[in-house]
Design a protein around this ligand. Structure first.
Ligand code: UDP
Length: 340
């Protein structure tokens, strides 16, 4: 099969390509405006095309026409960006993604749309978030952090409606806090509101700066090893029951509070480096960390029974997930710039 991946140069894309190269079963063509995270990822079945999707619509249309399956990973995926530049977020994450869906409809191609666990929004009544039964609960419009989740939700609803009408074959996946090598980006000590939590805490460990606990750090997340998520992709690609369906990809066994995560990462850092960290844990408000317009989800627990029923199981626990992600960042070639 010929797979076309939009946004191949990001964290999920670069790890997915590495996995697909190792499998060697498909021809993969990836598009992105930068190949920075693809350094060293090479294989006879992988071709990279450098292009900014927002300025290359004809090229994107033509490439979709030549593919068998289209994987759309294009997104700004950082709460700090949703708060600071909400228009850019909806422009890319909704309108540009919608164009890719339209090319798939036009050329009759199957679309793999990466969405987000944030579509579930604030904690509802349900224990675990289920694709078929959970309500999707967004915060107020004036809290612009929800523009990302609302945009992705609307995108999902339109894609689903096309599936119902019979003019699009789709699979939607909802990632629950994927972590691993090449995740996000490191930042100098004391940076607030930059990357996702792992990258902030990792940067603090490397620089000796404080670890900020937003609103106390009692909110919980479950984290998924990126390799488990690439394996999920392969199952979904091959399984007939994945057509016109939505799947959570997550690992409920790794559920942990952000404060516990900070302490856990300090312990892991000592195990991996032999150096005892003594970072200060500082509580800050969401507004101070991200700016006005932030709201949080206090828990994001995935129900993964649907994907399990297709034969997938997350194999890597908290320790392996965070050790692998941390080891990558311990390489001086990766972290030198934040210590300069
Ligand atoms: N967070 C934190 N300290 C940080 C970065 C993030 O306490 O340095 C919190 C953030 O407020 C959120 C959680 O950690 O409650 C996870 O944030 P992240 O941006 O990684 O992902 P998301 O909120 O999208 O799950």
């Amino acid at each position: 099969m010929k797979l076309l991946i939009f946004g191949v140069g990001g964290f999920i894309g670069s790890n997915l390509v590495e996995h697909l190269i190792a499998e060697g079963e498909h021809e993969v063509i990836g598009i992105d405006q930068s190949d920075e995270k693809l350094a060293g990822i090479e294989g006879p079945n992988f071709t990279f095309v450098e292009a900014d999707i927002t300025k290359s619509h004809d090229l994107a249309d033509e490439m979709v026409s030549k593919a068998d399956v289209v994987v759309d990973l294009i997104a700004y995926a950082n709460p700090s960006i949703y708060v600071a530049t909400p228009i850019d977020v909806v422009q890319l994450n909704f309108f540009e993604n919608m164009k890719i869906a339209e090319y798939c409809i036009k050329h009759g191609k199957r679309l793999f749309q990466y969405s987000t666990s944030e579509v579930y929004g604030k904690a509802g009544r349900d224990g675990f978030y289920n694709e078929e039964t959970s309500d999707l609960i967004m915060g107020p419009v004036t809290k612009q952090r929800w523009i990302y989740a609302a945009g992705k939700q609307y995108l999902e609803r339109i894609i689903h409606a096309h599936g119902l009408r019979g003019d699009l074959e789709y699979t939607i996946v909802r990632p629950f806090n994927f972590v691993g090598p090449r995740f996000d980006y490191l930042v100098p000590a004391e940076t607030k509101g930059g990357p996702r939590v792992f990258a902030h805490f990792m940067s603090a460990l490397l620089t000796g700066g404080p670890m900020y606990l937003v609103d106390g750090g009692n909110q919980r997340r479950s984290f998924t090893h990126i390799q488990d998520t690439s394996e999920a992709f392969s199952i979904l690609l091959d399984h007939p029951q994945a057509i016109n369906q939505i799947f959570n990809i997550g690992n409920p066994a790794t559920d942990i509070s952000i404060k516990e995560l900070a302490i856990f990462m300090m312990e892991l850092y000592e195990e991996l480096t032999g150096k005892k960290p003594n970072n200060e844990l500082i509580e800050v408000s969401g507004e101070e960390f991200y700016g006005e317009g932030y709201e949080d989800m206090n828990r994001v627990p995935p129900d993964i029974s649907k994907l399990r029923s297709l034969g997938w199981e997350p194999k890597r626990g908290l320790r392996e997930t965070f050790s692998d992600a941390m080891r990558y960042n311990l390489d001086p070639a990766v972290h030198a710039s934040i210590l300069a």
